[in-house]
Design a protein around this ligand. Structure first.
Ligand SMILES: Cc1ncc(COP(=O)(O)O)c(C=O)c1O
Length: 341
């Protein structure tokens, strides 16, 4: 089956499985796992930050970053469609005790002037601002990319108010690939970033949080609170190391495949797709026809060996990834034409 549901659906490669089998390991809760330590150092270097911390998932990476930057009762400002609001089970409220102030913005961007106007004054009635959060690429806006200028503009406002900026960079390397920029330059002004090995980079498990040494010490403590301390985690880190070395250079292929599929969709009757939003490996499109709904289209794709899922009656999200080749892309485009043309 060709699985378009998510880039989390990739299976570990043979090389990853072998690296996991032979990884040198130790107890990572006591910081004794050499493979984890090496991965954390590499990631800190790649991201241009002082230190890194391996965590189980993107959700955990975001959660412990918020726990480490804030105290309960503070406000967090982020985009209205941010993953931390929509898809993380309200953890920022339940675990971190944070008050949320969402802001609208095209393709996941936050306007620095609007941010400035939203920051609560230091006044008895108002919850103090604890954190500003951005997401890059922005999943729910269609895998859209925030540029360095967009990030820096937001960071400057946050920092002028003495507040840190966290980036949910689950797919930050996709953003850097599209922009043709070194990832460390892209996130230069962020105080912390979490990115996922288990999405477009193709590893089975794990995310990395990076930031200052002081922040990572707090994040390590927060990870312990949520039960995220793993023991011989070098098994996870070994696959993640390969995800970093082999996964990043090939992301452009996923973007090219996504573009091919999006352009095919755009040429089919009754299909609405915003081609400007297709900037990385995610495609959102609407099925606006009398004869077929989004769930029925997914069913029909299933008959062609393609797995896809509808968001609702009208909208479908496709995600390209390492396990979808250019030949698979041709199969997908052929099936779409056969069903919809
Ligand atoms: C932007 C973004 N952030 C965070 C996450 C959460 O990652 P995980 O599923 O590893 O918890 C996802 C998952 O898809 C995501 O797309």
């Amino acid at each position: 089956m060709i699985d378009l549901r998510s880039d989390t659906k990739t299976l570990p490669t043979q090389a990853m499985r072998e690296a996991m089998m032979y990884a040198e390991v130790g107890d990572d809760v006591s910081e004794e796992d050499p493979t984890v330590n090496r991965l954390q150092e590499t990631c800190a270097k790649v991201m241009g930050k002082e230190a890194g911390l391996l965590v189980t998932s993107g959700t955990q990476g975001n959660l412990i970053s918020m726990m480490s930057h804030t105290t309960p009762g503070q406000m967090i400002i982020c985009h209205e469609k941010a993953h931390i609001i929509v898809y993380e089970r309200g953890g920022l409220a339940r675990v971190c005790g944070l008050l949320l102030q969402p802001l609208p913005g095209k393709y996941g961007a936050i306007d620095p002037c609007e941010l400035e106007a939203t920051i609560p004054p230091d006044e008895i009635h108002r919850a103090p601002l604890g954190l500003v959060e951005l997401e890059n690429t922005h999943n729910n806006c269609g895998g859209t990319v925030l540029t360095k200028e967009q990030i820096d503009g937001v960071a400057d406002v946050a920092h002028a108010h003495g507040v840190p900026l966290h980036i949910d960079g689950a797919r930050i390397f996709n953003a850097a690939t599209t922009l043709g920029i070194d990832v460390k330059d892209l996130i230069e002004k962020a105080d912390s970033v979490q990115f996922c090995f288990s999405k477009s980079l193709g590893a089975p498990i794990g995310s990395m949080v990076v930031g200052s040494k002081e922040f990572i010490l707090k994040a390590r403590q927060a990870r312990k609170i949520v039960g995220g301390g793993m023991r011989q985690a070098g098994l996870v880190a070994a696959a993640a190391e390969l995800a970093l070395t082999d996964g990043v250079p090939r992301l452009g292929e996923d973007h090219a495949n996504a573009r091919t599929i999006a352009e095919t969709l755009a040429g089919l009757p009754g299909i609405q797709v915003d081609l400007d939003a297709v900037q990385t490996n995610i495609i959102f499109f609407d099925v606006c026809r009398e004869d077929i709904t989004a769930p029925t289209l997914c069913e029909r794709l299933g008959q062609h060996g393609i797995t896809a899922s509808a968001r609702d009656d009208r909208t479908i999200r496709f995600v390209t990834h390492r396990d979808i080749s250019a030949a698979d892309t041709d199969t997908i485009c052929g099936a779409l034409k056969e069903i919809l043309a």
